[in-house]
Design a protein around this ligand. Structure first.
Ligand SMILES: [Zn+2]
Length: 333
């Protein structure tokens, strides 16, 4: 894994482009308001790159987005094997999270047709297998889609969400976990979701919360920025606005704490070391931590982090937004 760090060095040196410097200011892609303000600059800290990206914030709806993102034809360069490993590991290692998400659906729907947008290797779909669901998924990666199909029995469309051709009013439930922040056209996708839902259908979505306590404390070091892979950053208000403008109605919208301050702290340390001339292996390429380091981290989690979690509500809301929206029974003309 260490050997891969040279790959990151090459790409840092190889790209001098500074997005956003020479182009016109953009209108808000969700509410259309102009006059968005530069909000923060940060690099791809996960891969230890130095190229700076600019995030801007809409003053009207509070949406934050990556100004002049990489072209869709280039974005795959920013999704490395290391990143895929991180995402798959997170999905596989926490069956509790799927139980919680199933439980969140129960008050609304217990059976019917369900579509998971960006289903990855199918951990969530598998958790519904054998119950009263007819399962569908959409996944960009053919390899992940194949895994999802074999473990969950779901029908998986391989490709972009907007290229899938489901008839209108096909689904009782559509889910989308940690995916919407990666989409180039969230407004069009939200409209598609509203079209695909049956009247009375539920859209259950999770995204990182850009107004969370952790983001406020760590600023540009917040791990949830994930530049340039996260193209949009939502607050509860901007997510609500986006869904309502597509004709959906809020059923519940809350933030939850799932602090992962270890990575944000690590990004801060990387910069402190860099300032004194020490270049550390980026998070993407580091190996398994040694036993003493793991023990030290556990100690910090049990003491300082517990204390921080008590104080966090004074600073801001939880790190992830969990929202359910409903399509009204009467079609909106
Ligand atoms: Zn806006």
């Amino acid at each position: 894994m260490e050997a891969n760090s040279s790959v990151a060095h090459v790409s840092v040196e190889g790209r001098k482009k500074e997005p956003g410097r020479t182009k016109e200011p953009e209108k808000c892609p969700v509410c259309g308001q102009s006059g968005a303000k530069e909000w923060v600059r940060a690099p791809d800290r996960f891969h230890g790159k130095l190229e700076s990206y600019i995030l801007v914030r809409c003053l009207a709806c509070s949406l934050v987005w990556l100004s002049h993102p990489p072209e869709p034809s280039e974005i795959h360069e920013h999704y490395t094997e290391a990143y895929d490993r991180l995402i798959s590991a997170a999905g596989e290692s926490s069956p509790g999270r799927w139980r919680d998400r199933n439980a969140a659906l129960v008050p609304h729907k217990q059976s019917g047709t369900l579509l998971d947008l960006g289903c990855s290797s199918g951990s969530f779909l598998e958790s519904l297998r054998g119950k009263d669901w007819d399962l569908y998924g959409i996944e960009m990666s053919a390899e992940s889609a194949e895994k999802a199909k074999s473990r969950s029995g779901a029908n998986i469309f391989v490709g972009r969400i907007l290229d899938a051709e489901f008839p209108a009013e096909s689904f009782d439930v559509i889910t989308c976990f940690d995916v919407f922040e990666h989409l180039y056209e969230p407004r069009r996708v939200m409209t598609k979701v509203a079209e695909w839902l049956k009247p009375g259908g539920i859209f259950y979505i999770l995204v990182p919360n850009v107004d969370s306590a952790e983001r406020r404390v760590f600023g540009s070091y917040w791990h949830g920025l994930e530049l340039p892979r996260h193209l949009f950053h939502y607050s509860p208000a901007s997510l609500r606005f986006l869904a309502e403008s597509a004709g959906l109605r809020v059923v519940s919208l809350e933030t939850r704490r799932n602090a992962a301050v270890g990575i944000s702290l690590r990004y801060m340390w990387d910069d402190i070391f860099r300032a004194v001339g020490i270049r550390r292996t980026p998070v993407a390429y580091r190996g398994e931590a040694s036993f003493p380091w793991r023990a030290a981290r556990k100690l910090v989690r049990m003491t300082a982090l517990r204390f921080l979690l008590i104080l966090a509500p004074l600073v801001g809301d939880g790190e992830s937004i969990h929202a359910t929206f409903r399509k009204d029974m009467l079609p909106v003309e």
